[in-house]
Write a protein that binds this ligand. Structure first.
Ligand SMILES: [Zn+2]
Length: 241
C-alpha cells in the first residue's frame, strides 16, 4: 500500500488524538474518587450498626438512671416525712426513738443509692458521648462523600470537554487520510488495544517496542517514503519520521 508522507503523518496525528481519547476515557472509568466513596460507604454502614448499638445502650442507661432517681426521691420523701413527725414531737418517746433509728438507716440507704446514681450518671454521660461521637463521625463521612461526588462531577465535565475537543480535532484530521489507510488503521486499532499506527524510532517499533531485525531495517531504507510499512512483530502500521 502507498500513502503520501503527509497522509502518514496525518495518520500519526489521528493516533495521538485517539490515544488521548482512550486515556481520557480510562481516567473517567478509573477516577480514584469511586474507590474512596466505596470505602466511605463501607465505613458508614459499619458506623450505622455501631450507632444503633450505642443508641440502644444509651436508652437502657437512661431507664436505669430514671429508676435510680426515683429510688433516691422515694427515700428522700420518706426522710422528710419522718423528720416532720420528729419535729412535731408527737408520739411516745419510744416512737420518736424508732423514728430516729429509721432516719439513720434511711440516710445510709440514701447515700448508697446516691453512689449508685452517680455511677449510672457517669455511664449515661459516656453513652451519650459515644452516640455524639459516632454521629459526628457519620456527618463527617457524609460530608466527605458529598465532596467526592462533586469532584467526580467536575472531573466528568472536564474529561467530557477534553474528549469533545479531541473529537473536533479528529474531524479535522480525518479528511487528510485516504479511506484505504484509514480502514487498515481502524482494523488494526480494534485488534491492538486502540493503537493501529506506531512510529519507527531508530530500529524499534513504538507500538510493540520490539527491535526490527537488521535485514528488515536495511530493506526499509531502500523503500520509497510513500510505501506504507507494517511492523513484522505487531503488524501495526509503521510510520517513519
Ligand atoms: Zn510493532
Amino acid at each position: 500500500m502507498k500513502a503520501a508522507v503527509e497522509e502518514q503523518s496525518a495518520l500519526m496525528e489521528l493516533q495521538r488524538i485517539d490515544s488521548a481519547i482512550m486515556a481520557a476515557n480510562n481516567r473517567l472509568k478509573n477516577l480514584p474518587e469511586h474507590d474512596q466513596i466505596k470505602a466511605i460507604q463501607t465505613r458508614l454502614a459499619a458506623g450505622a450498626a455501631e450507632l444503633a448499638v450505642a443508641e440502644a445502650e444509651l436508652a437502657d442507661v437512661a431507664i436505669d438512671l430514671r429508676r435510680s432517681e426515683v429510688d433516691v426521691e422515694q427515700v428522700a420523701d420518706r426522710m422528710k416525712k419522718d423528720e416532720a413527725r420528729l419535729a412535731a414531737g408527737t408520739g411516745s418517746p419510744k416512737d420518736l426513738e424508732t423514728l430516729q433509728h429509721e432516719l439513720v438507716t434511711l440516710a445510709k440507704r440514701k447515700a448508697e443509692l446516691e453512689d449508685g446514681e452517680l455511677e449510672i450518671m457517669m455511664r449515661h454521660d459516656a453513652a451519650k458521648e459515644k452516640v455524639a461521637t459516632l454521629k459526628s463521625d457519620e456527618e463527617g463521612l457524609v460530608k466527605l462523600e458529598l465532596e467526592l461526588n462533586i469532584r467526580i462531577e467536575n472531573a466528568k465535565t472536564e474529561i467530557a470537554q477534553e474528549i469533545a475537543l479531541r473529537q473536533s480535532e479528529r474531524t479535522l484530521v480525518l479528511p487528510k487520510i485516504g479511506s484505504e489507510l484509514l480502514d487498515l488503521y481502524t482494523k488494526i486499532a480494534a485488534k491492538e488495544g486502540g493503537v493501529g499506527a506506531a512510529l519507527l524510532v531508530g530500529n524499534k517499533c513504538d507500538g510493540c517496542h520490539l527491535a526490527i531485525n537488521a535485514i528488515e531495517v536495511e530493506r526499509i531504507k531502500t523503500l520509497a517514503s510513500d510505501e506504507v510499512l507494517r511492523c513484522e512483530e505487531c503488524r501495526r502500521i509503521l510510520v517513519r519520521i
